[in-house]
Design a protein. Structure first.
Length: 373
């Protein structure tokens, strides 16, 4: 292992099923990423086992009564009606399942560990992270705790300032924006699908809040993401000169995801992440959404490949092809499965033109980036 990283953070917790039946996250994700990286011989020294976040870490952001409600629900295997109503636990959105508390604590512990590595000047990737909807006093959007918030808090407590947060998930990172709305040491940028749940993240730039939102149209393509990066995000970085960044790299922004209508290739997401991490002293990279098991596992595995200096094309080993062929997902119809998902890690680029809607968004952003200091 090298102290300089990059580091991949994971746990056998994610090899076990979670979220019960009939839930969009009841699919193989992070455990499958680990399987792929093992099969590709990419776990060759810088893999770290994620610890569990303790109560003290969780209470830096989450209310104590909410934490106690999570403990009760995990212990009893159900949320009582009062806790369900108050804390949104035990709903179809945020079910109670075996191993819930351990899984949620491990996700947060991994992101705190990633922040510690970033403070030492490394890049650390916790694909289980990115639970960016979690609120201080309730579960929200499949998120019980908010690990990006804890990563940012850890960076701030370690002396990093300013901290830059970039959210590339298809869904607006409402929990993170809310947490740091009045924190001048943090700038948050979210590029997400317009008019998609949770309905927040409408276009606005800064105005002293430090939150910048860029809602994009359906069919958002590789060239359009590159245009937003080169015209808005990277100029922000040049002006802000952050000590560290946190990136939520949701795979639901990819073509083929059942819970969004964006159309990025995984290579476009990889390029965006690399463009940011190579411009900051230390970086935390997190997963996020992603509800197509083939595209999400390929995306995050390939991102680890890129972070470790490997270059596509990457044909899948036969054992992973076989594994992929055995996967079933109720959200993806058989006729919608792209054969390439079971052949290679890297997508074909989606290099469609930048549409007027996106060009107008860039023009409207204008000099948002000048406001960050």
């Amino acid at each position: 292992m090298t102290d300089a990283g990059p580091f991949l953070i994971g746990s056998d917790v994610y090899r076990r099923p979670g979220f019960g039946a009939n839930h969009p996250l009841a699919i193989p994700r992070v455990g499958l990423v680990l399987e792929i990286c093992e099969a590709m011989s990419w776990l060759d020294g810088n893999y770290l086992d994620s610890p569990e976040a303790d109560d003290a870490a969780l209470l830096r952001f989450h209310d104590r009564d909410y934490l106690e409600a999570v403990k009760r629900a995990a212990r009893d295997g159900r949320a009582d009606p009062a806790d369900r109503a108050r804390y949104k636990l035990g709903t179809m959105e945020n079910p109670i399942f075996d191993g819930l508390e351990q899984r949620a604590r491990t996700t947060c512990g991994g992101s705190i560990l990633a922040a510690e590595k970033a403070l030492a000047g490394a890049v650390a990737f916790n694909p289980a992270g990115g639970t960016h909807h979690g609120m201080p006093d309730h579960a929200h959007g499949f998120c019980y705790f908010n690990d990006p918030v804890m990563a940012i808090m850890s960076l701030l407590e370690g002396g990093a300032a300013p901290v830059f947060y970039l959210d590339l998930d298809a869904h607006h990172g409402d929990g993170v924006e809310t947490a740091f709305m009045n924190e001048p040491r943090v700038v948050t940028v979210s590029i997400h699908e317009r008019d998609r749940w949770p309905g927040t993240g409408v276009r606005h730039g800064g105005s002293g809040s430090g939150a910048y939102n860029y809602p994009v149209p359906k069919g958002f393509n590789d060239n359009e993401l590159a245009a937003l990066m080169s015209n808005i995000v990277l100029p922000m970085l040049e002006v802000l000169k952050p000590d560290a960044c946190v990136i939520t790299c949701g795979a639901d922004a990819l073509s083929g995801d059942p819970l969004s209508a964006m159309a990025l290739s995984n290579g476009a997401l990889w390029n965006a992440v690399i463009d940011v991490t190579t411009r900051v002293p230390g970086a935390v990279i997190l997963g996020g959404g992603g509800y197509n098991p083939w595209t999400v596992a390929r995306c995050w595995s390939g991102l680890w490949g890129r972070l470790t200096g490997r270059k596509p094309p990457w044909p899948l080993p036969q054992e992973i092809k076989t594994r992929f062929e055995e996967i079933d997902c109720d959200l993806i119809d058989d006729e919608d499965r792209d054969p390439q998902w079971c052949e290679r890690l890297d997508d074909a680029p989606n290099t469609a033109p930048v549409r007027p809607e996106v060009a107008a968004l860039i023009a409207d952003a204008g000099t948002d980036w000048r406001e960050v200091v």
